[in-house]
Design a binder for this molecule. Structure first.
Ligand SMILES: *Cc1c(COP(=O)(O)O)cnc(C)c1O
Length: 657
């Protein structure tokens, strides 16, 4: 391809040069120096704890045959491990544009490695005097990025904690929404006097979150004013009525006006929502899949569903909007979901609005000024060809008005696995998740935000958890504050790479005219771009899929062959007509020259497409004037020509690629 590989007048970002170990391990000296320094530091810490204690392992111990035998076994296994790990996926390379993984940010990686030998357990401050606070602070850092109140001195401050990943964070969102929704019903059932309680169960189950939280506060205040014996009696009485105590079956049997609530998720939602519905005992039947247009939640369809549920008196636990879908990277209209909730609220049907931003959460840095305020669309757009669309800007601007958000530091936060995060806008609801029912006794202590959350284990779905991961998130956020001037450099580079990728796809389409049809099925909302391909002349979906599978075989990890034989890594996903809807399906098939009647046959109920996650900041390598995006398209063009020839000659030969 002859197009100019690099965008003109692009100043080089030298900060990015220091962020990662680098595709070639360029920053090895920096990381090595840090690691050696902090390992020594750790050893001094041990030695200085009680220097009067003599070394327990003798200086001659290392010469004993048993010691030597152990050491040699350990070395052997470690060498084997190290050798085997060479088959790992080369996430660090700009040739890797497959799944949601890339290089790791040095400040986070170093902080995590530095913390590991101290082994803090963030289940509580007893086991993690330092890193529990860091986790709570990291939650506040994320809250600020997302537009939630983040001043812990204010009563209505957000709260966030880390999880093993987005899956558990989504689960926590369900748990919290259910606790808050069902609590006013329990207060009614317990017949707490003096409180102004909703008139019936339906109203109690449909209180707006803010009113539910206000009621919880009033109840806590009322309890504090009771004598200790009375207080215990009332706590026990309310606890007996809570959904967490009774279980779903008994709770809904006791309240015949209520049904198990629905969870509204777009059809594109991650399968963690299915897991969550099962785990919470709601059942997958309660997941109501909302149709999409262009793979973005269809707000009209959402409104119709809500109106129907209001008429049927079918309650709703939460509506989920996805900010950066796992398969197509699309961004749901969060503003429209909030507007639909307003409308529904007037019809007496209320629910939580949660944003699954496991993938796209850190893109919010692009929209934040250093002072935390929101950048307008024109400001953001100055750096890009088309990003952000007005719809995308409106979605990010609306984040602050939602109730809770999932965001994965181990995805677009470029940190090691084991770091998801759950953030809720008003931390006071968290009291309902506390494992100990005596939460209300800490009248004064609850005032101190940081003190309260040092018992993290009370609130989180997990128990023991890594304090090292929390240190990594906290330190990374300190080194790269979550605004457009700092952390935003990373998503900025990748969104620009995605724009270059789309331009490259258009050129590929021209270049392959007469050989294959090439289509970007949805204009990307951020840095995930899909590509649909079909050999010219083929009209059958099954043959198109065979062709794409053969192409993907060249782009995927094959543990039986050396990594170096692969030129590039991409991933694959599929387009299902039931998710796409008839109009979009027709549009895409038509553009590819595929006959719609061939869709739905055995083995062709969906169309396979390539999926590219553009996370690597060095996709456009300014040092050497290389665009890996252009190289990828050159590679693709060459492989498509070979495979398309096979596909048109003898259809079955395509799999041999
Ligand atoms: C990745 C992802 C999840 C699940 O997160 P894990 O960290 O893999 O548990 C949930 N939702 C979306 C949108 C995701 O992209």
């Amino acid at each position: 391809m002859n197009a100019s590989p690099l965008p003109a007048n692009e100043p080089r970002d030298h900060t990015l040069d220091a962020c990662f170990l680098g595709p070639y391990g360029e920053n090895d000296a920096l990381l090595e120096k840090l690691l050696v320094e902090f390992l020594r530091d750790h050893v001094y810490w041990r030695r200085n704890f009680h220097p009067e204690d003599p070394p327990a392992i003798g200086t001659a111990a290392a010469r004993h045959p048993d010691y030597l035998a152990f050491e040699s076994r350990m070395r052997r296994e470690l060498h084997l491990l190290s050798a085997q790990l060479k088959k790992s996926v080369p996430f660090h390379s700009p040739r890797y544009i497959g799944h949601m993984a890339s290089d790791l940010l040095l400040p986070g990686l170093a902080a995590q490695m530095l913390t590991l030998p101290y082994n803090p357990n963030n289940v509580s401050e007893d086991a993690a005097p330092v890193t529990v606070d860091m986790e709570v602070q990291a939650g506040l850092q994320l809250a600020r990025m997302l537009g939630y109140p983040h001043d812990p001195a204010q009563p209505a401050c957000a709260f966030g904690h880390l999880t093993s990943g987005g899956t558990l964070a989504n689960y926590q969102a369900l748990r919290l929404a259910l606790a808050l929704k069902a609590f006013p019903v329990a207060l009614r059932a317990a017949q707490v006097p003096d409180l102004e309680l909703p008139g019936d169960d339906w109203t109690a189950f449909n209180l707006p979150q803010a009113e539910g939280i206000a009621l919880l506060e009033t109840w806590q205040g009322w309890l504090a004013a009771q004598a200790p014996v009375e207080r215990r009696r009332w706590i026990a009485r309310v606890e007996r009525e809570r959904i967490e105590q009774r279980g779903l079956v008994d709770f809904f049997a006791t309240h015949p006006g209520l049904h198990v609530p629905k969870v509204l998720v777009p059809i594109t939602a991650h399968y963690s929502w299915s897991k969550g519905a099962k785990l919470l005992g709601l059942g997958r039947d309660q997941l109501e899949l909302v149709p999409t247009t262009g793979m973005r939640l269809d707000a009209d369809a959402l409104r119709d569903t809500l109106a129907r549920f209001a008429r049927e008196r079918q309650s709703v636990l939460m509506a989920v909007a996805v900010l950066g879908g796992t398969e197509y990277g699309t961004i749901d209209p969060i503003d429209a979901v909030l507007a639909a909730r307003e409308e529904s609220r007037r019809a007496g049907l209320d629910f939580a609005v949660h944003v699954d931003a496991a993938w796209g959460g850190y893109l919010a840095t692009l929209f934040r000024r250093e002072d935390g305020s929101l950048r307008n669309r024109e400001e953001v757009a100055a750096d890009y060809v088309a990003f952000p669309s007005p719809a995308v800007h409106a979605a990010f601007a609306a984040l602050g008005d939602t109730d809770s958000i999932t965001v994965d530091p181990h995805k677009l936060g470029y940190l090691p696995y084991g770091s998801g995060a759950f953030v809720c806008r008003d931390h006071r609801a968290m009291a309902l998740l506390a494992e100990r029912a005596d939460y209300v006794f800490h009248g004064e202590a609850t005032g101190d935000y940081l003190t309260r959350y040092r018992s993290l284990g009370q609130y989180i779905p997990e128990g023991s958890k890594s304090g090292a991961a929390a240190a990594a998130v906290y330190v990374m956020h300190k080194v790269l504050p979550l605004d457009h001037t700092q952390f935003g450099r990373l998503p900025r580079a990748t969104v620009r790479a995605a724009e270059a990728f789309c331009a490259g796809a258009s050129r590929l389409a021209l270049e392959l005219a007469g050989c294959a049809r090439v289509l970007v099925p949805f204009a990307p909302d951020s840095n995930l771009v899909c590509l649909a391909l079909n050999p010219t002349g083929n009209t059958r979906v099954d043959s198109a899929n065979t062709f794409l599978r053969a192409l993907h075989d060249e782009l995927r990890i094959d543990p039986t062959h050396p990594l170096q034989l692969k030129e590039f890594f991409g991933s694959v996903t599929s387009l299902r007509p039931d998710l796409l809807g008839p109009a979009e399906t027709a549009r895409i098939l038509d553009a590819l020259g595929l006959d719609p009647v061939t869709l739905g046959d055995d083995g062709a109920d969906r169309l396979l497409i390539l999926r590219h996650t553009l996370m690597n900041p060095y996709l456009i390598d300014r040092e050497n004037g290389i665009s890996y995006i252009e190289r990828y398209f050159d590679f693709l063009a060459q492989r498509v020509r070979v495979l398309a020839r096979g596909a048109s000659g003898h259809p079955s030969a395509a799999t041999g690629g």
